[in-house]
Design a binder for this molecule. Structure first.
Ligand code: TXA
Ligand code: MG
Length: 348
């Protein structure tokens, strides 16, 4: 398949003409990758089952994993859902446009292909001018998972999208690197209390400020406490680099010593070893390819960098990666969730 690739930084007149060309691909049932503030998304008309099937084929995604439906304004939500709970309305007012996906009961018009057979649908209004203009021009709600091949780290840069999907989709809108770097927070508003199914940039504390009680899915809480993990590997592999990724736990000194021991153990062997460290700890290591995730004092920067750093290790042909563990708090929960998944819950 020949993919139409356009490049947009600013929404000027020529950009709008380019955007119209890819929006028309959506209207004719095609697939188009577009930037959002979280990660790039792989979109198709959410009301067209044939178009939705192309998303699953392009990604190699299991078809029981539901897609998020993206809208460009609040009025577009009503026709997608059976009803909008009062509490969900509040979330929309406070956090939209933004990195929050709200699960509600679906309207009959949403094809089951979008929701993986569930009677609920996740909806999000992204905070990105190109995403909003693109959805408006397409003239339909856009179902979009992250624009990576299934199992790979989500794409935060145009080059990641090209690596994974050039030739597998009808169109790609390339733009600047995404701002946040991790996918949206997903909250289920069909249950009482609401449940966070996936942590993201909108934190639990922020949600609780608006909603009061908010639960967290066992899939999330168990996974940040390794001793509690009942089934390592889980249902799908996720975010994985090509090399073997292991998270190193312990006090800062223990982490440093464990990694240095591992590095000296591998010294002289032909295997390429990497360390995912921080600005503050990079200097601890003398061997291997040392890459910083950012400053320990800036969890947002670390979150923004995680997926691109994992892909950098791939580009460098690194076969084994030791990642320093990150202290858990309200701001780091989403980052830790993705790091542990990427490692397939392998710890030393
Ligand atoms: O930031 C994001 O959310 C990005 C951008 C493109 O918007 N999208 C994204 O989509 O990350 P995806 O498909 O990679 O992740 C969607 C997540 C999955 O974990 C899926 O299981 C969950 O949301 N999800 C979607 N609809 C759901 C539903 N009706 N019930 C429960 N979980 C749902
Ligand atoms: Mg994804």
């Amino acid at each position: 398949m020949k993919t139409k690739i356009i490049n947009i930084e600013v929404l000027d007149e020529s950009a709008l003409a380019d955007l119209e060309a890819v929006a028309s691909l959506i209207r004719s049932g095609g697939t188009v990758v577009f930037p959002t503030e979280t990660v790039y998304g792989l979109g198709a008309d959410a009301l067209n089952p044939q178009a939705i099937k192309k998303i699953f084929a392009a990604k190699g995604r299991p078809d029981d994993n539901p897609l998020i439906v993206h809208v460009a304004s609040l009025d577009e939500v009503k026709p997608l859902v059976a009803n909008i709970p009062e509490q969900a309305k509040k979330l929309m007012q406070v956090f939209w446009p933004g990195p929050l996906t709200i699960i509600m009961e679906k309207a009959a018009s949403i094809p089951t292909e979008v929701t993986g057979g569930l009677n609920t649908v996740g909806v999000r209004l992204p905070d990105h001018p190109i995403a909003q203009a693109f959805i408006k021009m397409a003239g339909c709600p856009i179902a979009a998972p992250s624009a990576n091949r299934s199992g790979r780290p989500s794409p935060t840069q145009g080059k990641h999208v090209l690596e994974d999907l050039d030739g597998r989709v009808d169109g790609i809108i390339l733009s600047s690197d995404t701002d946040l770097g991790l996918e949206s927070t997903v909250i289920d508003m069909t249950v009482e209390p609401p449940v966070v199914l996936r942590p993201g940039d909108i934190t639990l504390a922020e949600l609780r400020e608006i909603l009061g009680e908010v639960a967290v899915s066992a899939n999330v809480t168990e996974n940040v406490v390794p001793e509690k993990i009942s089934s390592p590997g889980m249902k799908y592999t996720h975010y994985s680099p090509k090399g073997e990724l292991v998270v190193v736990k312990g006090s800062p000194e223990e982490i440093r010593d464990k990694i240095n021991r591992a590095l000296s153990h591998h010294k002289g062997k032909s295997m390429t070893i990497g360390v995912l460290a921080s600005d503050e700890t990079m200097g601890f290591y003398q061997e291997g390819l040392i890459i910083s995730l950012g400053s320990r004092n800036d969890p947002k920067e670390m979150a923004k960098n995680l997926f691109s750093r994992l892909r950098t290790f791939d580009e460098l042909g690194v076969e084994k990666i030791f990642a320093e563990d990150i202290p858990l708090n309200n701001e780091t929960l989403a980052l830790i969730n993705r790091l542990y998944k990427a490692a397939g819950y392998a710890f030393i």
